[in-house]
Design a protein around this ligand. Structure first.
Ligand SMILES: [Ca+2]
Length: 220
């Protein structure tokens, strides 16, 4: 005969409220989002900022977009359900070698974010760059000159770090020297500018961080 023993386990469930970091700025500016996929991969600490920006929430995106060279596209595989691209219809707004001029300002969108420490920051983007004529943006921080960001090609969303690309060799021997960009930033408000280079290059999310070991990841 089997003796049935009922063991009552009293489980004390401690629900730890997520450590919600300060949201430094309002409106469409960068959010320090607790519990997001990015935060799981890159932990925000007193030492490190991890600032996540939805590309579609650029400054002024909730107002008149008719002048923007970028358009917001719905995509269920994108974070927040949307991404931005310069459509082929605006391919003539391609900037070949811009400086900080009216042409750049008129053909770029911007993102405001706050940093909390003085350090070298890097920028990551969740991108699709489907082919060799749709794989680049211009990126500038604050009043800096634009850097040509050649995005490594992919047809699925991939996290890519902003670089300055030098083309080495020619034709079939072409290789690329992608120098990853770091930007020294003081604590406070900053602006990241994204300019049109090649149409149909897609950007879903941006991450600005001073954690050199942070490699963003997504559940996809
Ligand atoms: Ca997005």
């Amino acid at each position: 005969m089997r003796t049935s023993t009922t063991v009552l386990l009293l489980l004390t469930v401690v629900v730890l409220a997520p450590s919600v970091s300060a949201t430094h700025v309002s409106g469409n500016a960068g959010q320090h989002i607790a519990g997001s996929a990015v935060q799981q991969a890159c932990e925000e600490t007193d030492e490190y900022d991890v600032i996540e920006l939805e590309a579609e929430n650029y400054d002024g995106s909730d107002s008149d977009q008719s002048e923007s060279p970028f358009e917001v596209v719905a995509d269920e595989t994108a974070s927040g359900g949307e991404y931005v691209r310069a459509p082929n219809a605006t391919a003539d707004r391609y900037l070949s070698s811009p400086t900080r001029s009216d042409a750049f300002e008129n053909n770029s969108i911007s993102y405001t974010f706050d940093t909390s420490v003085e350090d070298e920051y890097v920028v990551w983007g969740r991108t699709v760059a489907p082919n060799g004529t749709s794989d680049s943006f211009w990126v500038a921080v604050d009043d800096g000159e634009p850097s040509r960001w050649f995005v490594p090609q992919s047809t699925e969303w991939e996290w890519r770090r902003v670089n300055v690309t030098t083309i080495l060799g020619a034709d079939e021997n072409v290789t690329y020297n992608r120098t990853l960009v770091t930007t020294p930033l003081a604590p406070g408000e900053h602006t990241l500018h994204l300019g049109v280079r090649e149409a149909e290059t897609r950007l879903d999310t941006l991450v600005v961080t001073n954690d050199p070991d942070c490699v963003p990841a997504s559940d996809d």
